[in-house]
Design a protein around this ligand. Structure first.
Ligand SMILES: [Zn+2]
Length: 354
């Protein structure tokens, strides 16, 4: 049905309202001149230009359906941006925490080792997750890379290896290599979206394990092992499989640091292999190895040495720090609280200029 232009009289007012809203957001962000906060200002300016262009196209469009389409895209962009503004308020609030600079050490380490194109702005939120430009690109709105990543406020910094999984999601958005594996899924008739999501999740576990070694598995298992099966979500691989693929990624390194956690989180390979995407395990590990520039050094002698004196760990070597501390906890030489305090004091020292 062809719709009469008169039916759209509300649109110019709505367009004006959208323009005013995005203008207000941009004005609010104009004060953000310092890196890395300036990344958000740049992002907002880009969305603003995008919305203005679409709305200009919209007003000059004679086809009402096209005009409606332009409006919907603009509306969607502003809607997504509003959510990001909310998250950005958390980023700003997080900067007053003494842990903010510690958190940035982890983010910088991950950005470098994965060769990510833009530094995500981290914040203390409700759980581990990421948001950013991919929300636009997935909906067909072209936007340069910009990311925000949340860690759980009040959670020990020992769980920060879990950030590696989140940053891995961002890296997957920047690489085409994962397409080959998605095609493999289609060939096996696993075409539904949930399998694609499971593949991404398992790949992020592989990448995170390569980045932080057994400490990623320890952080993941400690946090989720007991609740995994109670809260299973279809868009994630089975929990047996997730642990299986993590240990498989570490297979060639079978020292004490792996052994101590392998004993705690028992994985049944037969059960794990029931996961539909498990036929891609080797390919996933291979792709992970391609994506991670400097995998964690899980040399047991060194890690055990650092357990005796964590202050000897070189500045910025988070792989050694997390692995030594989780090994101490799982071997029972340090309590969780004491290990957290050690982590925080070392991270604090690393933030100081030497
Ligand atoms: Zn994930």
């Amino acid at each position: 049905m062809r719709v009469n232009q008169a039916d759209y009289t509300i649109i110019p007012i709505s367009e004006k309202a959208l323009l005013e809203k995005i203008d207000k957001i941009a004005r609010d962000c104009s004060r953000l001149n310092q890196y890395p906060m300036s990344l958000f200002k740049k992002h907002v300016e880009e969305i603003k230009r995008e919305v203005e262009t679409r709305l200009l196209d919209s007003t000059s469009a004679t086809d009402p359906i096209l005009r409606r389409q332009y409006y919907l895209f603009s509306w969607l962009s502003v809607w997504l941006l509003s959510d990001q503004v909310e998250k950005f308020a958390l980023v700003e609030a997080s900067t007053s925490s003494p842990m903010w600079s510690h958190l940035n050490i982890v983010i910088d380490d991950l950005v470098t080792r994965l060769g990510l194109s833009s530094k995500p702005l981290p914040f203390f939120g409700s759980s581990f997750y990421c948001t950013g430009s991919f929300a636009y690109t997935e909906r067909g709105i072209p936007v340069s890379p910009f990311y925000q990543v949340s860690t759980e406020s009040h959670e020990s910094s020992l769980f920060w290896p879990l950030l590696a999984h989140e940053i891995a999601h961002l890296k997957l958005n920047e690489t085409d290599d994962v397409q080959n594996l998605r095609r493999e899924l289609s060939r096996e008739n696993l075409r539904s979206e949930k399998y694609r999501e499971r593949l991404d999740e398992a790949l992020c576990d592989v990448v995170a394990t390569l980045l932080y070694g057994p400490s990623y598995i320890a952080a993941f298992g400690t946090k989720f092992w007991q609740i995994l099966d109670e809260y299973h979500d279809e868009s994630y691989p089975s929990n047996q499989y997730r642990l299986f693929v993590m240990f498989k990624t570490m297979e060639e390194k079978n020292g004490q640091s792996i052994y101590s956690i392998k004993n705690t989180f028992e994985v049944n390979e037969r059960l794990a292999r029931r996961e539909k995407i498990s036929f891609l395990t080797d390919e996933m590990i291979e792709l992970g190895q391609k994506l991670v520039r400097n995998p964690a050094n899980v040399d047991d002698d060194k890690i055990i040495d650092f357990c005796n004196d964590p202050n000897k760990i070189d500045k910025g070597r988070l792989d050694y720090l997390f692995n030594a501390l989780w090994l101490m906890i799982y071997q029972g030489t340090k309590t969780f609280d004491v290990a957290t305090n050690i982590a925080n004091s070392i991270l604090e020292r690393w933030t100081k200029r030497s």
